[in-house]
Structure formats: C-alpha cells, structure tokens
Design a protein around this ligand. Structure first.
Ligand code: SF4
Length: 161
C-alpha cells in the first residue's frame, strides 16, 4: 500500500480530545525516526499546525479524538474517502470516552449548555469514529498505548496492512 515514492504517506488528525494521544504518537515517531524516516512521508499533522487541513490522497490516516460537531463529521467522512487505511488511536476515537461526558448530562445541565452547542454547531451526542466511517485498525489506551502504536506502524511501514 506504499505510495509511488516507496514511502508510506501518512496524515495525523485530531478531533475532539485533549491531543494527549498525539503527544504519545509524536514520542513514538521521534524514538523511531532514524529507522522510519526513509519509509515515512508525513503529509499532515494537525497538532503541529503545519496547515489547517489536507485535501490529498494518503496511504494511512492516524486519527485521535471523538466526533462532536457536524463539521468534524464531514471532515472525517472526507478523510475516509482520501485514505486507504484509517487508524483510530486512543479511547476517545474508539469509544468516545472520556470526551463524551456531556452525553450523560441530565436535562438541567444540558439546558445550561444548549446555546453553546447550537452556536458552535455541535452534535447532540459525542460519538466514536466507527459510528460514521469504517475504521481499519484500533490502538487502545488513554493515552494511546505506545507499544501498540509502534507495532502497528511497523506493520504498515513494511507494507503489511
Ligand atoms: S484518549 Fe485520552 S489521551 Fe487520547 S485524546 Fe482522548 S482524553 Fe486525550
């Protein structure tokens, strides 16, 4: 599944969460940079603010965070159309939790945030990626398990996806 240049073209995306998983992912890539750099083409990394969004095809999208707004839903679906493999990293992306606290608010507390949700076009519920798109791989944890992420990256970099 490598791109023509022989490198795995990857994008790293963050939706609703605290970006803690991407810190772990960044640490993992930094630790393995010498062995991976010749095989990995990092096309986009939201947490590094390289640019606002990417509109290119890629081999793999590494995604953290839950989906809480209609804009995020659209971006995720667009992303799915442009990647061969989509990986959910961390609990927020896989289950929605812990970024889905408001799903469990009672009527009174929901009333208190209703204007805010409406103004910023938030969805009624915060949901995991798999509620909207096909997810090919999941790496569990909060933050994501670094060893599990490294193991999956090595599989992807060896063309084993
Ligand atoms: S799973 Fe945990 S570390 Fe990862 S984005 Fe969610 S809250 Fe942060």
């Amino acid at each position: 599944m490598m791109s023509m240049a022989g490198k795995l073209k990857a994008g790293f995306f963050s939706f609703t969460g605290d970006e803690g998983c991407m810190v772990t992912v960044l640490e993992a890539i930094s630790s393995h940079f010498a062995e991976w750099s010749g095989k990995l083409d990092i096309a986009f990394w939201k947490v590094l603010r390289s640019r606002d969004w990417i509109d290119e095809d890629m081999d793999v999208a590494i995604v953290e965070g839950a989906i809480s707004s209609y804009e995020e839903e659209e971006r995720l679906k667009h992303l799915r159309e442009h990647c061969k493999v989509l990986v959910a990293v961390g609990s927020c992306a896989i289950t929605g939790a812990p970024s889905n606290h408001r799903n469990f608010f009672d009527e009174r507390r929901l009333g208190e945030i209703a204007d805010f949700l409406h103004r910023f076009d938030y969805r009624e519920k915060v949901q995991p990626l798999k509620d909207f798109v096909k997810v090919d791989y999941e790496v569990q944890g909060c933050p994501v398990d670094e060893a599990g992420f490294v193991k999956l990256m090595e599989k992807l970099l060896s063309g084993g996806a």
